[in-house]
Design a protein around this ligand. Structure first.
Ligand code: CP
Length: 301
């Protein structure tokens, strides 16, 4: 059993994980000292890597250190052989972040340990999606009837891809906003609105980081021009709906996607999202581990 994209979960399963994450905010689970985890991050990360490790330790799991820079991958070992090696020495769960989209397709049917996708290139980011869903659910109590605008670098964003369809399945209306050049040709069914309209109509303004590592910054604008045309400026924040919130998966390019002083303003849930990341990842780990146990029992019986 793996956790690779949100598409594999039913709506019922999504709610099951969200409710478990909420329960974990007030409840310390029994430790799992016989379980081993390793976090294989081949792309940089602060939040996802550290909060998965925090989640694993809070669950009482053993966490192996794995440094992509010094691992035998640098001697030419494949990702498949790396994962099979960890499986052979007794690891139960690996969290993998990799630049290749759907890297997990070559692994998922060939390994008995569980894989949680920590982000695959521009593909998917299921744990970010789940913590974003938890943040919205805690704020509004439901997804039905909400308008969520995802704004910015849509084309290069695994967060946009994961969140858009999950939010729609849960009943929210999703709009995109941002530079026309960064629209995603595979998601043309999502309405595009300009930022001035988005702030007036949205319950959630979800800003995306400009992905400098995946493409050169816009040829047609400077960072300041981007901020004025497509970003959340102080002036635009004043026009947001009452009770609407600001989200951003972070890391934040302060002064580009969002004005520096808005990152920690009253409407901002950016640090709440990070806090929610720990219980969400604990719930995801528990979900995967419970499914593994079910499969084991099915096989034994
Ligand atoms: N939001 C997110 O994925 O952050 P990191 O890249 O720091 O993990």
């Amino acid at each position: 059993m793996h956790f690779l994209t949100l598409d594999e979960l039913t709506v019922e399963d999504i709610y099951k994980v969200l409710h478990q994450a909420e329960a974990l905010q007030n409840h310390q689970p029994l430790p799992k000292p016989d379980l081993y985890a390793a976090n294989l991050f081949f792309e940089n990360s602060t939040r996802t890597k550290c909060s998965f490790e925090m989640a694993q330790r809070k669950l009482g799991m053993n966490v192996l250190s794995f440094d992509a820079g010094t691992a035998s991958i640098s001697k030419g070992e494949s990702l498949y052989d790396t994962v099979k090696t960890l499986e052979a020495i007794g690891v139960d769960v690996v969290v993998i972040r990799h630049s290749e989209e759907r890297y997990f397709d070559a692994l998922k049917d060939k390994v008995s340990l569980s894989i949680i996708n920590g982000g695959d290139g521009m593909g998917h980011h299921p744990s970010q999606c789940m913590l974003d869903l938890l943040t919205i659910y805690q704020e509004f109590g439901s997804f039905k009837g909400l308008t969520v605008t995802i704004a910015g670098d849509i084309r290069h964003s695994r967060v946009a891809r994961s969140n858009t369809y999950a939010l729609q399945r849960l009943g929210a209306e999703v709009n995109f906003s941002g530079p026309p050049a960064w629209r995603d040709p595979e998601m043309t069914d999502i309405p595009f609105v300009d930022m001035d309209q988005a702030v007036k109509e949205s319950d959630v303004v979800m800003l995306l980081r400009v992905q400098h590592e995946r493409h050169a910054f816009g040829e047609n604008f400077t960072k300041q021009e981007y901020h004025q045309q497509y970003g959340l400026t102080v002036d635009r924040e004043r026009k947001m709906k009452k009770n609407s919130i600001i989200m951003h998966p972070a890391p934040v390019n302060r002064g580009v996607e969002i004005a520096d002083e808005l990152v920690e303003c009253d409407r901002s849930r950016i640090f709440k999202q990070m806090k929610n990341g720990v219980v969400t990842r604990m719930a995801m780990l528990q979900y995967v581990l419970a499914k593994r146990e079910e499969t084991k029992h099915e096989l034994i019986n």
